[in-house]
Write a protein that binds this ligand. Structure first.
Ligand code: C5P
Length: 234
């Protein structure tokens, strides 16, 4: 997929004023804004409308996971926000993913249809965590199985770690969207991220979009930080 600006800036704060200020600071310098549960829980859909006013590419990271009927309802409920991307858990199973995909198509009604992105295995889980919940075998196999299931069930792509992107690109083909967090420009603080790639490395490995938070949001000049990252990309 051809993406003009692949940088999605993660705004991780419950404070609507701070979020709005950051959105306005980076607007035009990034390809979109990611707002997640921390912001949504505090401010709801109206908070998203206000903070992201004028931003046409919103990545709503709500990681939905429930029975198919409920997830389809939640997809319809957020459709009025016209997100570009919305996350759901692939472990909710094929019926849940299909119901979500159908709801996204129905809810579009002439508007741009939101793209549904699958969360496979949270990067906070390792092999022993998966085993504790009854899942045997290497984490990577589970990620690849869930990504394949997401593709078959009508999702538009998955969120994946930098270490998985090349394999998933090979498995899922050119048209399946791969959105990659855990990105650190050379020389920037790694923070709590354990396995990181530079923006250029992740794009070269096959990422369509890069989720980048603190290297931009905690910079003295967030717009300049985003511009510098963009300048490194092909
Ligand atoms: O500040 P930083 O660049 O680490 O932010 C990355 C964003 O991507 C955060 O919103 C984080 O929750 C999210 N994320 C991640 N790793 C994952 C999934 C999501 O860092 N595996």
């Amino acid at each position: 997929m051809t993406v003009t600006n692949p940088i999605l800036c993660a705004i991780d704060t419950p404070d609507p004023g701070a979020a709005g200020k950051l959105v306005r600071a980076v607007q035009g310098e990034v390809g979109g804004i990611k707002l997640g549960l921390e912001f949504f829980g505090a401010n709801g859909p109206q908070g998203v409308r206000l903070a992201a006013a004028g931003e046409s590419s919103i990545f709503l990271d709500l990681k939905l996971h429930d029975i198919p009927n409920t997830v389809a309802g939640a997809v319809r409920s957020v459709a009025s926000l016209e997100p570009m991307l919305l996350t759901i858990h692939t472990s909710g199973g094929p019926a849940m993913m299909r119901a979500a995909a159908e709801a996204a198509t129905e809810a579009a009604q002439g508007r741009r249809r939101m793209k549904l992105m699958g969360v496979t295995v949270l990067t906070s889980l390792d092999g022993s965590d998966l085993e504790a919940v009854g899942q045997r075998g290497p984490v990577e196999d589970h990620v690849r199985r869930l990504a394949g299931l997401a593709q078959k069930s009508g999702l538009d792509g998955v969120i994946c770690s930098p270490m998985e992107v090349a394999k998933l690109r090979a498995d899922c083909g050119r048209d399946f969207l791969l959105v990659v967090p855990g990105i650190r420009p050379a020389g920037s603080a790694v923070g709590d991220q354990k396995r990181v790639m530079t923006p250029r490395e992740a794009i070269d490995a096959g990422a369509d979009y890069l989720v980048i938070g603190r290297p931009i949001t905690e910079a003295q000049d967030p717009a300049a930080a985003a511009r510098a990252i963009r300048a490194e990309l092909p």
